[in-house]
Design a protein around this ligand. Structure first.
Ligand code: TYD
Ligand code: MG
Length: 447
């Protein structure tokens, strides 16, 4: 059961997610003493409060690593549970050791429990990161009962559990990493966090298909879910909040993996655009927003005659179904066909974009590549394309323009009907639909 669904008996195919051969036997969670349902009348009456009884908000604990704190909405909240997911080897342990050290140096008590590495290995990493003087407490342990007992005795401010898949709860009768083990481990640790006012960070490995291995259930149990992502071969790493009960979701923190650990990148736009070649066809700069922060990224497209009956559609860093939609709109609303051509789309720098506001920049890159006509190098593009080919206005246009101005761009192409608060100093050309946008940028185009 890859999806976490449960079945009464073995079956070849899961009814819940349609996956074949993914069902395996696991012990069910313990039922009540009699094994029956709860029944009414035996519980204790709980105290009920009013919405106006607001507790004073707890102070947040900032780690001092700004990019990390930003993603959390200004630091960690005591008594909260945070899941940090990511591919193996992406840098989760490195990030959290650095965060733990930074916490500990600010006078907070931090405990780092590793189920994957021996203390000597962690110390070696700390040496490389130049953190050996930080008063972080280490343990290499996988037995959940011992870990909880230790944490109960020590009462740290922050506890890091690396990783939830290596932990083993002895009251659950299945292997570490299995759905029931991970669920039990997460449940115990989240309960501990709430009970003792400790911020608990759980590390989770993500499987190839982008799910935290086994259970998505952990995502529902914790307060905050962060993903640490990046392309292999690129040094950039992006920490992204996908769920946050205590702050904005979709906020990102940008890091660079160096020989001595993760360095913060305070101006990601400059980094993502740093090795841009000037004025090549198929390259368009998109003025995007990631959470509260504007980020400029280069979108690259390559279009070539295809020898294949079904031409290739290759996308890195963007949604491939969204690409199909843009290609369909270009074809049926503007008569610009890509039918017998291979299409490659790449977001430079290993960045992943999920904003629909990138549509117009993608369309521009595609047409620019197909026609081999570069767009002006000092121009940024943003706007969402609807199926009719019309452009929808998008939010936060002012912030996008300000960032573009700051990075030396002087013109923008954007949807009309957009609300602009102030003068940005940019030359903004507004367009109503993709067709008129393409004519304005590239002239008349043959089908
Ligand atoms: P790690 O934090 O162990 O990844 P995870 O916990 O997500 O599995 O990161 C391991 C990678 O990071 C490894 O390939 C080596 C690289 N690395 C550096 O480039 N510089 C460093 O200073 C450190 C500690 C690791
Ligand atoms: Mg690790």
């Amino acid at each position: 059961m890859k999806c976490g669904a449960s079945h009464k008996k073995w079956a070849g195919r899961c009814d819940a997610c349609g996956e074949w051969n993914s069902i395996s036997e696991e012990a069910p969670l313990a039922a009540g003493p009699s094994g029956k349902t709860l029944g009414a009348g035996k519980g204790r009456k709980v105290a009920l409060g009013d919405l106006s009884d607001i507790d004073k908000p707890l102070p947040r604990m900032a780690s001092g690593i700004d990019e990390f704190d930003r993603v959390l909405g200004g630091g960690m909240v005591p008594a909260s549970a945070i899941l940090v997911g990511g591919d193996p080897g992406i840098g989760k342990s490195t990030l959290l050791l650095q965060a733990a050290a930074s916490f500990a140096r600010s006078g907070k008590k931090a405990i780092y429990v590793s189920g994957e590495e021996a203390p000597s290995q962690i110390r070696m990493r700390a040496q490389r990161l130049d953190l050996t003087d930080a008063p972080v407490k280490l343990a290499a342990e996988t037995n959940l009962r011992d870990i909880i007992t230790t944490l109960e005795a020590e009462r740290p401010d922050v506890a890091i559990i690396d990783s939830v898949q290596t932990m083993w709860a002895d009251h659950v009768d299945s292997a570490p990493g299995s759905v029931s083990q991970v669920r039990a481990t997460a449940h115990e640790l989240v309960t501990f966090a709430k009970r003792r006012g400790v911020a608990v960070i759980l590390v989770g490995h993500v499987t190839k298909d982008g799910q935290i291995a086994g259970p998505r259930v952990v995502e529902h149990m914790v307060d905050t879910v962060l993903y640490f992502e990046g392309e292999r071969g690129h040094q950039f790493r992006i920490l992204r909040a996908v769920k946050n009960r205590f702050g904005p979701a979709d906020e990102i923190g940008v890091f660079e993996m160096t020989g001595s650990g993760l360095q913060q990148v305070t101006n990601p736009s400059a980094l993502f655009l740093s090795d841009r070649e000037n004025k090549t066809s198929g390259s368009v700069v998109f003025a995007g927003m990631e959470g509260t922060r504007p980020v400029l990224v280069e979108i690259q497209a390559l279009v070539a005659q295809s020898p294949l009956a079904t031409p290739r559609r290759n996308v890195v860093g963007w949604d491939s179904s969204r690409l199909s939609m843009i290609l369909a709109v270009l074809e049926s609303r503007c008569g610009i066909g890509f039918g017998n051509m291979d299409v490659y789309l790449n977001i430079a720098g290993g960045m992943r974009i999920s904003e629909p506001a990138a549509d117009l920049a993608v369309a521009a890159a595609l047409v620019s590549a197909r026609e081999d006509k570069p767009l002006d190098a000092d121009t940024v593009v943003f706007g969402e394309i609807s199926l009719s080919g019309a452009l929808r206005p998008i939010a936060q246009a002012d912030n996008r323009l300000k960032e573009a101005k700051k990075l030396g761009f002087s013109a923008a192409i954007a949807p009309s009907r957009m609300k602009l608060a102030g003068e940005s100093g940019m030359k903004v050309q507004t367009v109503d639909d993709v067709g008129s946008f393409i004519t304005a940028c590239f002239g008349e185009i043959d089908a």
